[in-house]
Design a protein. Sequence first.
Length: 223
Amino acid sequence: MTKILTIDGPSGVGKGTISEYLSDKLKWNYLNSGALYRAIAWVVINDSIEINDILEIEKASEKILFSIENKKLHILYKNIEIGSLIYNEEVAKIASKISSEPKVRESILNVQRSFKKEPGLVAEGRDMGSVIFPEAQVKLFLTATIETRAQRRFKQLKDRKFNVSLPALIKDLDARDKRDKSRESSPLVIPEGALVIETDDLSIIEVKKIAKDKVNKTYGTNI
Ligand code: DC
């Protein structure tokens, strides 16, 4: 039985940091499912596809090649590596919109499941523990208020010298939260049996420790 650990939660809650940390420590494979939706969104923007044209989006999505090399995700579209182009607010906004479409979600179902490989998998997203890998032995769900998440993102972007406004970030996160939670297909929910970690008053080190303890207790590891 392949070991699977899922980490779900809303945008900007720190899933990426914790998932990368745990997959690194465990030396397991790592699936960042948001990157797959972002890749499709990037293609929608790049190819000027109408956002409601689900058939065209599906067709484009089939042309994206996802592969893993040295545990790193590579995303190729028409021979261009687009992995580094998908982390911006414009792509995130479109990703959030197209991900509510069941056909778009279906189009990457098999790709996501193909990450389930020995020696184990750390999978992060919105529906990892609830829909894609319900068999996971450890399910974590990270939460934080919108204000906390917006403050963290604000600091991150400022550090990278991006000019952003905090109220605009709060508005964006709020819209994304609403879409993620209210969509009919695989909405953001706390998976059954998940350990919920409220991160508002915790440092990254403290969140890592809670996650690590849970992993060690479940798998008998010592990370
Ligand atoms: O985690 P992220 O911000 O990179 O994800 C981008 C968008 O993709 C997010 O707004 C919702 C969507 N998404 C999803 O619907 N299901 C997932 N498992 C992961 C992401």
